[in-house]
Write a new protein. Structure first.
Length: 277
C-alpha cells in the first residue's frame, strides 16, 4: 500500500498533543512570571547562598530580625507607605471617576484628544518627567514630604485610572437596554374608546410606558423592539399625527464614541411647530 493513498490533509494529531502543548506554554509562562519572584522569596530566608550552588547553603531569618529590630524603623516605614498608598488611591479615584464618566457618557468635543493627553506622560522617558516634577516640587516645598510622594504616584497612576474608568463606564448599560427603540407618537382621537386596551398591549411588548391624553389626542412614550406594532395598535384609537423612533443602542454607541446622538427630547418642539403651521 502506497503512502500517497493517505493524504496529509486528513491527518489530525491526537488530542493529547494539543493538551500537552497548552500545558507546556502555560508552564513556560508561569516560569517567566513567577520564576524571579520565587528567587526573591528564597533570598528572604537564605543566610548564605554562593555560586554555583542551586540552593542556599544556610537557611534562617537573620535578615528579618535585622530589618524588624526596633532601631531599624521598619514599622514606621511600612505605616508611612500604607498612608501614602491609601492617599494615592483616594486621590486617583476622586479624579479618575468623574473624568472617566465624562469621557465615556458625555458629549465632549475632542474626546479622543483628551484620552491621548492622559497618555502623554508615558510618551517621554520617566527620568525626564520626574526631573521636571522635582523642579516644580522644589518651588512649592513638596520635596521630601508625604504629599509630594503621593502626588508623584498619583500622576503616574492617573493615566491608567482614567482609561480604566472610561472603559468601565462605557461598558455600563449594555444589559440595561432591554428594548431597543425609544418610541414616541401622537394620535388624534376619532372616538371616545378608553385606552386601557392600548395600555395593556404596549406593556406586553415593551416597558417605560407613559400615556398622556386630553379630549382630542393622546401621546405615548414606550420602549419596544417592535415600534411598528405599537403604531398599528394605536391607530385603532385614532389617526396617527406624529411619530419619532430612535434606536437607543445606536445612541449609546454614538455617545460613547464622543459623537452627537439624536434624541426624542425635541419632539415637543416639533409638535409645537406643526400646530403653528
Amino acid at each position: 500500500m502506497m503512502l500517497s493513498q493517505f493524504p496529509l490533509r486528513h491527518f489530525r494529531p491526537p488530542a493529547i498533543v494539543g493538551t500537552l502543548l497548552r500545558f507546556a506554554l502555560i508552564g513556560l509562562l508561569a516560569v517567566a512570571i513567577f520564576g524571579p519572584l520565587l528567587n526573591m522569596l528564597i533570598w528572604t530566608v537564605a543566610e548564605a547562598w554562593y555560586f554555583p550552588a542551586k540552593l542556599p547553603q544556610r537557611w534562617g531569618f537573620a535578615f528579618w530580625s535585622k530589618v524588624f529590630r526596633p532601631e531599624a524603623g521598619a514599622m514606621k516605614a511600612l505605616s508611612t507607605s500604607l498612608v501614602i498608598a491609601c492617599m494615592t488611591v483616594a486621590l486617583s479615584l476622586v479624579l479618575a471617576i468623574p473624568a472617566g464618566y465624562a469621557l465615556s457618557k458625555r458629549k465632549l468635543p475632542m474626546r479622543g484628544f483628551f484620552l491621548l493627553l492622559f497618555l502623554l506622560p508615558q510618551a517621554f522617558p520617566s527620568i525626564a518627567v520626574h526631573m521636571n516634577i522635582a523642579r516644580i516640587f522644589y518651588g512649592f516645598g513638596l520635596t521630601g514630604t508625604i504629599w509630594g510622594v503621593m502626588l508623584v504616584h498619583a500622576i503616574q497612576g492617573l493615566v491608567f485610572a482614567v482609561w480604566i474608568a472610561s472603559a468601565s463606564f462605557a461598558a455600563i448599560g449594555d444589559e440595561d437596554i432591554t428594548f431597543a427603540f425609544d418610541t414616541v407618537f401622537i394620535v388624534r382621537k376619532t372616538s371616545d374608546k378608553p385606552l386601557d386596551g392600548l395600555r395593556a398591549y404596549l406593556n406586553s411588548i415593551g416597558d417605560s410606558l407613559v400615556i398622556g391624553e386630553d379630549d382630542e389626542a393622546f401621546k405615548v412614550h414606550v420602549h419596544t423592539d417592535t415600534p411598528g406594532d405599537a403604531l398599528n395598535e394605536a391607530q385603532k384609537y385614532g389617526t396617527l399625527e406624529l411619530a419619532k423612533i430612535e434606536n437607543m443602542r445606536t445612541q449609546r454607541d454614538e455617545l460613547a464614541a464622543g459623537k452627537q446622538a439624536q434624541s426624542t427630547d425635541d419632539l415637543d418642539a416639533i409638535e409645537k411647530a406643526c400646530h403653528e403651521l
